[in-house]
Each structure stands twice: as structure tokens, then as C-alpha cells.
Design a protein around this ligand. Sequence first.
Ligand SMILES: O=C1O[C@H](COP(=O)(O)O)[C@@H](O)[C@H](O)[C@H]1O
Length: 260
Amino acid sequence: MTGPELVVHRDKELMARATSARLITAIVDAQAARGTASVVLTGGRNGNGLLAALASAPARDAVDWSRLDLWWGDERFLPEGDPDRNDTQARAALLDGVPLDPARVHTMPVLDGRHGKDVDAAADAYAAELAAAAGPDDEGPVPAFDVLMLGVGPDTHVASLFPELPAVRETERTVVGVHGAPKPPPTRISLTLPAIRAAREVWLLAAGEDKAQAVAVALSGAGEMQAPAAGAYGTSRTLWLLDEAAAARLPAAQERPSVS
Ligand SMILES: O=C1O[C@H](COP(=O)(O)O)[C@@H](O)[C@H](O)[C@H]1O
């Protein structure tokens, strides 16, 4: 377990641009060290803002997109192409504009696809895909992702792990079907905390004053059942990337100077 490091940016636009630069560097470094890189994408406003910033960053050409594996931390269980799916939004923001290898874009299953309406079977299938990608050096049935990103919801949810729902209590499975999520749509697929914790680096993204309370709670010793974001950390690094509005309610001891 790694303790959280905080970086506070002036506003959400700057946060998105700085984080896209950080992600480019992380991918290039991983590709230089291991030949390939693996990144877990998040949905939501901050995740899509970051992808849009990356799309317009000149340094994006430093990435070898054909040697990048993309996974998702969670997905809204909706039909393929639905505008509310996280993968649809990620394609529009970035993925359709870069030369990825389609075989390395590991989207989560769709409603009415191979598993019909059975979200639990769909989650099991994604777990099997992750297990097949795990190598002998990886601990357990998930790859050691280079960077796993999580948008933090105003209720402290990350991925589709909502406070007090069974998914956040999962200790064995790496992917679960989520039923009755308080944020629409109610049926989702999510990585679990054990899968998230297999990542080398976990980056938690939060911008805007509606995230300030969640950030303060998660970073003030709350339990992961009440505040799932508190249970998300990486094996090498746990980085909270915030804007000033989201950092506004942190205790003074945790505040960091803004970067411009
Ligand atoms: O529904 C979801 O919400 C969270 C947070 O989204 P935000 O718009 O409040 O930033 C997101 O991280 C997750 O992937 C998504 O499915």
C-alpha cells in the first residue's frame, strides 16, 4: 500500500492538461522499460476532460499507440454505442483519433451482446480477459497496470464502487456486476478494489467544488465501505490529482501549493 500524494492544480482545465502530459510521460516510460504499456481508463467528467486534453497535446505523438493496452475501470451496462457508455465517450474524446491496435482496446461487455442482459456473466467474461492478460510476474489474475485512473464521484465512489453496496466489499473477484447503483444507469460492471490495487500507479482525479467534500472525507481516514475512494491505491504510487476547488476542504496539513 502506498500513501497518497497530492497535486493541486489551479483549475480543471489546467489539471486536465497537466495530467495528460503526465500520462504521456508514464506511457512512454513504460514502453521504454517493458516494450508495452497498460492504462486503465475512467469515465466521468474528469476522465473525459483528460482524454480530450491528450487529444490536443502535441506530445501525444511520442506515444507508440500500437503498443498500448487500454482497459476500463468500470462501464455503464448499456448497448454498444450508447452515448452514456464510458467507452463511447472515450472514443469520441480521443480513441478514434489515435492509431491504437483494436485487439488491445479491452472494452467491457455491452448490454444485449454475447451475455444478453446478464451483467454478472458479462463481468465474469471481463475477469477472464484480464486473467488471460496477466503474466507470470503479475500477482494474481490481473495485469500490473502501469496507470489506473479513477474519477472520484461526489459521493466518494470510484469506478462503479459505491458506498455500502456489495461491490465495494468484494475481496475475491476482480470484476463484478453492479446492481442498484445510486447514479444512473443502475446496472454496471466494475473492477473491484483488489483489481485496482494490482496497478503500479493509481491516479484519482477530482475537480470542482462538488467533489470537495468527497476528497476531504476520503483523505481523512474514512473506511473504504463508506468512502470507496479511500480504498484505492497502487503498489508503487497513489496520486490524487485535484484542482483548487476540489481541494478546498482538505485539512490544512494536507494542502499543497498550487502549481501553475
Ligand atoms: O459514473 C461514473 O462516475 C464516476 C465519476 O464521474 P464524474 O463525472 O463525477 O467525474 C466515473 O469515474 C466513473 O467511471 C463513471 O462510470
